[in-house]
Ligand binder design. Structure first.
Ligand SMILES: C[S@@+](CC[C@H](N)C(=O)[O-])C[C@H]1O[C@@H](n2cnc3c(N)ncnc32)[C@H](O)[C@@H]1O
Length: 364
């Protein structure tokens, strides 16, 4: 067990927080809120109760691109008792689309809002932003908040299935679209193109960002936010934790097998593809997202409680298709794996975090 009282300070490489990387001189001030150092809270040496008990947190706290909804789109597939996208848009995407998974998506939105101190984006978009696209909108929660904040903007959210609510701000609409195919919008349509948590969905990031570039107006911005599905720690406390080692291996190997990375940050795909597409003034902002309420800093502790909740709420949804259908690992070992992950998540002496990265750039 690493010494709880002398946690290793985060390195500048992994805790860049407010540090921005840019190959070009900046024409705009970066809007990069700094991240406090991710330091574990002190635990009494003889504290037998290591459990990260977040029971006080209620989920309620966290609270063809223009295809019509043809009936085939509603023929959802059932895999291992969970509902996935229909055959029409069978991209092999790895999470279900049912209520349980949607809850996790919404809780994720909450901890991402916390880490950004309530901001919805980092790119320096103008107040008068007019047309906005949210690619892979999920439950539409980001697009709804954005449309509320910018009532004069016209916001479009796209996804593979029509799971979004119908009661939304009047300036928001949802459309079906497979983002990995050619986009149907004409050149220079959007002032802001937002993409978040598309890890495991994209085989060709260059192609995705090239379409974003084409559809972005000159002077408009693209922003990508991704997290690596991989537990890491600065003090070695995630090493050799059975559930977590296997969790990391599941995502690393599944990514290779299906040709869609779950470690977009480690592979620096967002920045490389944003650059390759031709965007300029590119900014990269990194955060460490603690998993569990183990951090000393209050904000990061809260972020960690909610990030843990997303996993605890639907650890099956995040892993079952990869375990059974992609990797074909032994069925009888799956429940043991889930048990070990849940146990590790509860242990406050495991200081696991995931790497989160925002990359944004401007079309010249
Ligand atoms: C983890 S969720 C994130 C949702 C939303 N971006 C957010 O951050 O709240 C990923 C979403 O991407 C969608 N997705 C996956 N592959 C896609 C594709 N090829 N085209 C469009 N959406 C896709 C999934 O259906 C899912 O709703």
């Amino acid at each position: 067990m690493a010494d709880q009282r002398t946690p290793k300070a985060a390195t500048s490489d992994t805790n860049q927080g407010a540090l921005a990387e840019s190959g070009e001189p900046l024409s705009v001030a970066p809007a990069n809120p700094p991240q406090e150092e991710l330091i574990p809270a002190l635990l009494p040496e003889d504290d037998a109760d290591d459990e990260d008990n977040d029971s006080s947190l209620g989920v309620e706290d966290a609270t063809s691109s223009t295809a019509s909804v043809a009936s085939s789109i509603l023929n959802y597939r059932t895999i291992q008792g969970r509902t996935f996208h229909s055959e029409k848009y069978d991209t092999g995407y790895f999470t279900p689309i049912d209520d349980q998974q949607q809850e996790s998506v919404d809780i994720t939105h909450h901890y991402l809002s916390l880490i950004l101190d309530g901001k919805l984006y980092l790119a320096p978009i103008k107040d008068g932003v007019q047309k906005v696209l949210d690619v892979g909108t999920g439950t539409g929660i980001w697009a709804i908040d954005f449309a509320d904040q910018f009532p004069n903007a016209e916001v479009i959210g796209t996804d593979l299935s029509p799971i979004q609510p119908t009661w939304v701000p009047p300036n928001l609409k949802f459309e079906l679209d497979d983002a990995t195919q050619a986009w149907s919008w004409v050149d220079n349509t959007f002032d802001f193109i937002h993409m978040r948590y598309l890890f495991g969905a994209i085989s060709d990031w260059d192609k995705l960002l090239a379409e974003a570039y084409r559809c972005c107006k000159p002077g408009g911005w693209v922003q990508s936010c991704e997290i690596d599905a991989s537990f890491v720690s600065d003090d070695g406390t995630v090493d050799k934790v059975p559930g977590l080692e296997l969790f990391n291996k599941l995502y690393q190997e599944s990514g290779k097998k299906c040709g869609r990375s779950f470690c977009v940050v480690a592979e620096d795909l967002q920045r490389k593809s944003t650059e390759a597409a031709g965007f300029t003034d590119i900014q990269t902002v990194n955060y460490k997202i603690p998993i569990g309420g183990w951090a000393q800093n209050q904000k990061l502790r809260e972020v960690g409680q909610f990030s843990k909740l997303t996993l605890e709420n639907d650890i099956e949804g995040y892993t079952l298709l990869l375990w059974h259908n992609v990797m074909g690992w032994p069925k009888e070992e799956y429940q043991i794996f889930l048990f070990n992950v849940r146990k590790a998540l509860k242990n406050k002496r495991v200081h696991g975090y995931m790497k989160l990265r925002f990359v944004y750039g401007r079309k010249p």
